[in-house]
Ligand binder design. Structure first.
Ligand SMILES: CC(=O)N[C@@H]([C@@H](O)[C@H](O)[C@H](O)CO)[C@@H](O)CC(=O)C(=O)O
Length: 308
């Protein structure tokens, strides 16, 4: 049996940290890592959707994970997403990740062209072969990738001994139950949609990776604690508070990650820049959205964390 404990818990998706010119800032990456260490999360998921990987170069992504590991090694579980939508660059990032001794690499399927499952398996196994000593996590996010992981493809991938599980961001929580049943105790499923962290954990996910954890890690840690204690009544209340905050964050035209970065400036005094075009930066007339969400977070933390 594998020891998957280092993955079991709350793992915020790491944001892209840019300087004032929109270039990757290693210093700001390291500051955000220190923030997560101080918050007591289990680990971080780097260079994923929340990390704006789709809009970054291979060198950008190498710079990010190098700065992350300089600060996080030995202190956080680090999963690095390496898919680049072509096999060659993805393998280069996989090999680079192994050299840095990340805990695991992850990969979405190839996007744009809808490839047959055999081609997807070849793509993933080629990436994994470039990091032969590193755990491999399948990233299922059909609403963005346009390709869904099936039980058949998951069975094929479990023949690769480096595959340890699935980060499941599909909105159908039953997918978590399906993949958890298929893999059993020797594999892990991570819950992807933050709005259904509770549902995903109840249906079989043993951990969560999410794009909004960064602005409210205390709430997800308290939610996880309530789940572990089987206090589902309070767990539901915290999940509802989290969802109200997410709905506020996405209530305007500004990209959610631009809003999230403003919340970090307001609540944590951390400046990690804006978002990279074509994502929409925080519109001046929508700054109130971040301010109100920041206040909602502080109120929920006082109510569900500090008073307990
Ligand atoms: C479609 C999408 O981005 N899903 C997010 C969620 O965490 C999402 O941000 C959250 O549920 C808010 O809608 C994650 O599942 C993916 C993610 O965090 C990442 O890859 O960085």
């Amino acid at each position: 049996m594998r020891n998957l404990k280092k993955y079991q818990g709350v793992l915020p998706a790491f944001y892209a940290c840019y300087d004032d010119n929109g270039e990757i800032s290693a210093a700001r990456v390291r500051e955000l890592v220190r923030y997560f260490i101080a918050k007591g999360v289990k680990g971080i998921y780097v260079n994923g959707s929340s990390g704006e990987c789709i809009y970054q170069s291979v060198q950008d992504r190498k710079t990010v994970i190098e700065a992350v590991m300089a600060e996080a090694k030995g202190k956080l579980t680090v999963i690095n997403h390496v898919a680049c939508n072509n096999t060659k660059d993805s393998m280069e990032l996989a090999a680079h990740s192994q050299a840095l001794e990340v805990d695991a690499i992850a990969a979405i399927p190839p996007i744009y062209f809808k490839l047959p499952e055999a081609a997807i398996a070849t793509y993933w196994n080629s990436i994994s072969s470039a990091a032969p000593d590193t755990d491999f996590i399948i990233y299922n996010i059909p609403q963005l990738a346009g390709v869904a992981l099936t039980n058949n493809l998951y069975a094929v991938m479990r023949k690769n001994p480096r595959v340890i599980g699935v980060k499941n961001s599909s909105m159908a929580v039953q997918d978590i139950q399906m993949f958890n049943l298929a893999g059993g105790e020797n594999y892990i499923v991570f819950n992807g949609p933050d709005e259904q962290y509770l549902g995903g954990r109840v249906m079989g996910a043993k951990a969560g990776i999410g794009g909004t954890y960064a602005v409210m890690p205390e709430l997800f840690l308290q939610l996880e604690k309530c789940i572990e204690e089987q206090n589902l009544t309070t767990a539901a209340k915290i999940q509802y508070a989290i969802n109200d905050i997410i709905y506020k964050m996405v209530s305007g035209k500004s990209n959610m990650y631009a809003v999230a970065k403003e919340i970090l400036r307001i609540n944590a005094g951390i400046n990690i820049g804006s978002v990279r075009e074509p994502l929409t930066a925080l519109l001046p007339e929508e700054k109130y959205i971040a301010e109100e969400a920041a206040e909602m977070i502080n109120c929920a933390v006082t109510k569900y964390v500090k008073e307990n």
